[in-house]
Design a protein. Structure first.
Length: 114
């Protein structure tokens, strides 16, 4: 498996379909996960929490369901978390929310319209 990507980027509106595979958690060098404005379905894999170098997650404007994984509390380098305009339900785990808000790196948090 390829494990050295540092950026996954689709320049929005590519109609990328399918789900985010749990194997994404093996991409230990990944810093940017930018898959906004596509047709991605399913839940956000908890394995994303394994990506300690991740700085930006942009999954806006997809069809994601489920909850924001508790493992997101491991993303201490995250500067942006954008998951607005999806079908995410339920509360974000309080421990994850507190950890993200306490992070000195977090600059942008977009959770609305879910």
């Amino acid at each position: 498996m390829i494990s050295y990507f540092d950026v996954i980027y689709t320049k929005g509106s590519n109609n990328l379909k399918g789900s985010i595979p749990s194997e994404i958690g093996a991409l230990k060098s990944l810093q940017f996960l930018l898959l906004d404005k596509n047709k991605i379905v399913g839940s956000i894999p908890s394995t994303i929490g394994n990506l300690s170098k991740l700085k930006k997650i942009d999954l806006d404007y997809n069809r994601l369901t489920g909850k924001i994984p508790k493992s997101f509390e491991n993303l201490s380098n995250l500067s942006t978390l954008a998951v607005r305009e999806n079908l995410i339900s339920g509360a974000m785990p309080l421990s994850s929310f507190r950890t993200l808000l306490a992070s000195k790196n977090l600059e942008k948090l977009f959770l609305h319209r879910n």
